[in-house]
Design a protein. Structure first.
Length: 130
């Protein structure tokens, strides 16, 4: 999936960077319990639709292998926490925070994600743009 250059700029509270929202795909286009990768303004983002309908977005880059593969990971839960397991070395990441549950010193960048009507949108702030 690729985004178009048109996006909505949302001004955050004072002191926070502006978020730029990108249209990614239709909500129905995301298969529950599967990931999809989107190139968002030069950043690979893994987007997940959980079985309960919740949306999550985090970096597609597996920090342990250096491969952009997290969108192919296996969704699950650990102690009630929604997770994705990397398809490479099987480290498990919290979908809400990006923290690696197997090595909490490591965390993936997470991105705001929302449903707007039947569309899924992901936001990048200046700090996330490459």
């Amino acid at each position: 999936m690729t985004t178009t250059p048109e996006a909505t700029i949302t001004r955050e509270r004072a002191g926070r960077p502006a978020a730029r929202w990108f249209d990614i795909c239709s909500y129905a286009g995301l298969t529950p319990e599967r990931g999809a990768c989107a190139m968002v303004d030069g950043t690979q983002v893994a987007i997940f639709r959980a079985f309960d309908g919740a949306l999550y977005a985090l970096s597609n880059l597996d920090p342990f292998s250096g491969a952009h593969v997290l969108s192919r990971g296996i969704l699950g839960t650990r102690d009630g926490t929604p997770t994705v397991a990397s398809p490479m070395y099987k480290q498990v990441f919290d979908l809400r925070t990006g923290v690696c549950l197997d090595d909490p010193r490591v965390a993936l960048p997470t991105f705001p994600v929302r449903r707007s009507g039947d569309r899924v949108e992901v936001a990048l702030t200046d700090e996330h743009r490459q």
